[in-house]
Design a protein around this ligand. Sequence first.
Ligand SMILES: Nc1ncnc2c1ncn2[C@@H]1O[C@H](COP(=O)(O)OP(=O)(O)O)[C@@H](O)[C@H]1O
Ligand SMILES: [Mg+2]
Length: 204
Amino acid sequence: MLSKGETVELGEITCRVEEHVARGRVGDVYRVKEGEGNLYALKIARDRRGPTLMSLRDEESRTERLARAGLPFARIAARGRDYVLKEWVEGIRGDRWLGEWRKNGRPFPTPETLGLLNLFRRVMLNGLLARDLNPTNLIWSEGCWILVDSDNIRKKGFRRARLEILRAWAEEWADDSEEEKKFGKRLADIPAPEAGIEGKRREL
Ligand SMILES: Nc1ncnc2c1ncn2[C@@H]1O[C@H](COP(=O)(O)OP(=O)(O)O)[C@@H](O)[C@H]1O
Ligand SMILES: [Mg+2]
């Protein structure tokens, strides 16, 4: 574990640890600051096992996939064998937003709910199978949902991507309320891309 105030060298970037923010599946995440300037999220592997280090190593190619699909994500500033340093995303995390939204009676439409529909729509239209689309991996920041973490992104086509998102919504977001079931129905109703030759080929 790193302690508050500790200095860490990350490639060319030297930072000071401000706060331990989370213990995730892959590692501990700290908010760190470079001099008096940039804030970053530093994720350090929780162990040296193959799958953990591979998950960190693959963050780069996953963010490239997200970039190609035009999806907003936290950019990588530096990476080592057992850490990854990403730009800090300031905002409200999906799980905390969900709690507040429920308390407020689940209003729809709102910028956050439309933003979520739009994000999921874009993942589907790009045919991305992006596991880990759970509320703790999304941050509502400056009017936009930003992905801070995603596992195992692959290109699988619209229908598979839609199924995966419906599963993620049902298992990791929604409760039993009518409003949240309705939101799932909105996701299910997102139409497939125009079925031209290109569209058909993508569906195969
Ligand atoms: N770039 C970031 N900006 C702000 N907070 C972040 C960032 N990256 C991660 N976090 C915080 O740390 C938590 C765990 O990070 P995550 O990358 O999801 O780790 P894991 O792979 O272990 O799940 C997130 O839920 C979020 O609260
Ligand atoms: Mg995560």
